[in-house]
Write a protein that binds this ligand. Structure first.
Ligand SMILES: [Zn+2]
Length: 468
């Protein structure tokens, strides 16, 4: 049985504040965003219900849950509130949601609709014109009393994800001027379908056919069968807009952290003629030169740094000097249990036994110390392996860099270029696969607080503002 349902998702932009924001990361993600006005505190975006009595609690809880799972679970933004709007909310920048029901045959802009929403693009204190107090309207041809019907559930979730997407700054993906799809729907407001090149709109990397903001994404023009999710591009676009990282002064080629809270880098100032660079330790506000030069660095949980230089020599920090250690290495890592590993000159994988290096089998180019004595490596084919027992077990995906946190978290920079500057996507291991976290870089480390540090291809250093 054919059950057509046109899902029309309308955007209403009341005011455009033209202007530019400087950004740490350009060409860094996929999507289409409005930068003219963004939430000042993306960790506390207020949202409230204007007429909660219109929707049964199950509906409100379900819509809240989909926002928490998708936007909060996969991007850097956080919402607060979810209560009935108070008088004080009506004059502030708050996402004020009104439930509305579109009876059969409702006409919107000359179009008979089934489901629709409206939202202001970005933060606003003023309502959508003609929609007293509401900055976001979810008008779905639902029988709210039958919300448990799966098709209604999907429809409500999709409309809400789309409209909240607008509220946090996502524009219509199909309105990029390089979009391959321009929906032709009689009666539809041209402002919702025609290409936009106005000031403040930023087209990020490639067109995203899978965006929740894309009318041409068939997953969103049907009420049935497909769960409501945002795309990887949507994740990247939200994180692009909401400044997930802050830039830290200085430049680096590599970064390492210790469970004692120390953070060390290999800088960009050449030391000697072999391709080594200065070694620095973060004092909370600047990088303090530690003498010597190296190519790679690791920091044990007790804060003792280990380095490998460009000719493969291994050194350990002892007091204020570097003590030459046995063996040769191409990369070095420290585990949360204090284990020290190197990738040897023969690309073999070795563990320090306090006297010499014990071969652990396998070959790799890049190593992370892991948790509980289970290091992770990346080989020359970018394949990823974890030591389990005495066997190297391949895990899915491909990586360039790999890092592990003392909290047991595992991170990689992938092999998927983000932008055109040589950066790659950043992923976190969820136990079975890699979840894209938005942002991009070439080198990563996780500090004692679980916060991600990253280095971009331009050698700039960034620290995440929050846990992912
Ligand atoms: Zn829209």
């Amino acid at each position: 049985m054919k059950r057509p349902l046109i899902l029309i998702l309308l955007l209403f932009k009341v005011s455009v504040v033209a202007g530019c924001r400087s950004r740490n990361e350009s060409s860094d993600a996929k999507g289409f965003v409005y930068t003219g006005k963004t939430w000042k505190d993306s960790q506390h975006i207020p949202i409230c219900w204007l007429n909660p009595e219109t929707a049964v609690p199950e509906v409100r809880d379900d819509l809240k849950l989909i926002i928490q799972q998708q936007y909060e679970g996969r991007t850097g933004v956080r919402f607060v509130g979810w209560q009935t709007c108070g008088a004080e909310d009506l004059t502030k920048e708050v996402i004020r949601v009104r439930f509305s029901q579109a009876p059969q045959g409702t006409v919107d802009g000359g179009l008979t609709i089934s489901s629709a929403g409206r939202s202001i693009l970005g933060p606003a204190s003023t309502a959508v014109p003609g929609e007293a107090n509401a900055t976001l309207i979810i008008r779905v041809k639902l029988d709210w009393n039958n919300y448990s019907l799966e098709s209604n559930r999907w429809t409500g979730r999709k409309v809400f994800l789309h409209e909240v997407g607008h509220a946090i700054g996502l524009a219509h993906e199909h309105q990029r001027d390089d979009s391959s799809c321009h929906p032709q729907i009689d009666g539809l407001n041209p402002g919702n379908v025609e290409p936009i090149t106005a000031p403040g709109y930023v087209k990020i990397s490639a067109y995203d056919a899978l965006s929740v903001m894309n009318y041409c994404n068939n997953s969103y023009s049907s009420s049935e069968g497909i769960d409501a999710t945002i795309s990887v591009g949507d994740v990247q676009a939200v994180n692009y807009l909401h400044d997930l990282f802050s830039e830290v002064a200085g430049n680096a080629k590599e970064i390492a952290t210790g469970a004692d809270g120390s953070v060390w880098i290999i800088g960009t100032d050449p030391v000697g003629a072999n391709g080594d660079f200065g070694i620095y330790k973060w004092d909370g506000s600047t990088w303090q030169n530690q003498g010597g030069g190296a190519a790679h660095i690791a920091v044990a949980p007790n804060g003792v740094a280990w380095i490998v230089n460009s000719i493969g020599e291994i050194f350990r920090r002892e007091g204020a000097t570097w003590a030459h250690m046995p063996g040769a290495g191409k990369d070095i890592a420290a585990g949360s249990d204090g284990s020290i590993y190197v990738i040897g000159g023969d690309s073999g994988i070795y563990k320090w036994d306090n006297t010499t290096w014990q071969n652990y089998g396998g070959q790799a180019t890049n190593i992370a110390g892991g948790h509980n004595g289970n290091p992770w490596v990346v080989n020359s084919e970018h394949q990823i392996f974890q030591l389990q027992g005495s066997a190297w077990v391949q895990q899915p995906g491909l990586a360039n860099d790999i890092a592990t946190g003392s909290d047991g978290s595992v991170w990689v920079t992938g092999t998927d270029p983000v932008g055109v500057n040589g950066n790659f996507g950043i992923y976190k291991w969820d136990g079975s696969t890699w979840q894209n976290q938005g942002g991009s870089g070439i080198k990563i480390a996780v500090d004692r607080n679980g916060l991600l540090w990253k280095i971009s291809s331009s050698n700039n250093i960034f620290l995440a503002k929050r846990l992912f």
